[in-house]
Design a protein around this ligand. Structure first.
Ligand code: SF4
Length: 269
């Protein structure tokens, strides 16, 4: 190893010497006109303004959080997710398929798929090629078809064909991460989990209810501030609020239920 290192270094030094001798052989450039120091004083470098950090908004009080969710509940007492499914297994598959895709697009593909395969056994019998055909209108469908087959096989091999009930177990399934596990635990098993998708992330940050640099921070922040009585539906209220009211580009602050509580400096009301 040492011998090889020495050989390489010698090669580099030789190459540098050749390069140096070539540079020395080149005709010298005419010297640049000397500028009198007094005539051209270098301008003083103006101190760079310190990057402005937007201050974190004042945290919501427990009473304010309670008020916000009371309003969501009055407006929509039984919010539902928009992914169509028939049982915990089809919900799991639908959530895996929904990564970087819209719920409406997933539903269009899964209606026909779930009609013929609503269990892991039936999905395996269908085979990867046929699953791929059913879901080819969804982005990343090749990889997703692979995952659907692999997760079905794992459910049969490791969990008796049933969707497991813990986050850690769901996360072992191909294509399923923390968000998938939280959606399944909440919607299929009534657990008080908070799945943070792009909408919940935006609402948590904009409103100042649970600011965070990543989905996990927002998830933990929301779990901390939302009273237990609202946790079963909180995920759906926040998703629906982000999807239809607190839009990414043009939030509809004029019709927002919680505009008086929202801490976003750019809100329009
Ligand atoms: S006031 Fe505007 S920015 Fe704040 S939550 Fe409502 S829609 Fe979103």
């Amino acid at each position: 190893m040492a011998c090889q290192y020495t050989r390489i270094m010698a090669k580099i030094i030789r190459a540098k010497r050749v390069q140096k001798s070539r540079v020395q052989a080149l005709p010298k450039k005419p010297a640049k006109a000397v500028v009198k120091k007094s005539a051209a004083k270098p301008a003083k470098a103006s101190p760079r303004p310190a990057a402005k950090k937007s201050p974190r908004p004042k945290p919501w009080t427990p009473a304010e959080v309670h008020e916000a969710f009371s309003r969501f509940r009055s407006a929509n007492p039984g919010p539902k997710g928009e992914l169509e499914h028939l049982n915990p297994y089809t919900l799991l598959v639908a959530v895996v398929l929904s990564a970087q895709a819209t719920d409406a697009g997933v539903n269009r593909a899964t209606r026909a798929l779930f009609a013929v395969a609503d269990t892991p056994q039936k999905m395996l019998a269908l085979g990867e090629d046929t699953v791929r055909d059913y879901i080819k209108t969804i982005g990343l469908y090749r990889n997703k078809a692979k995952n659907v087959i692999a997760l079905s096989a794992k459910l049969i091999a490791d969990f008796g064909g049933e969707v497991p009930r813990t986050r850690a177990e769901i996360e072992t399934l191909p294509g399923a991460g923390r968000k998938t596990a939280n959606v399944v635990l909440n919607m299929a098993f009534g657990e008080h989990t908070m799945a943070v998708d792009t909408h919940v992330f935006r609402v948590g940050n904009r409103t100042g209810m649970a600011p965070g640099n990543n989905p996990l921070e927002v998830e933990l922040g929301l779990e901390k501030v939302i009273p237990s009585e609202f946790m079963l539906h909180a995920h759906h209220w926040l998703i629906l609020h982000g999807r239809y009211i607190c839009l990414a580009r043009k939030p509809r602050c004029d019709v927002c239920l919680i505009s008086d509580l929202c801490r976003w400096p750019e809100k329009t009301v």
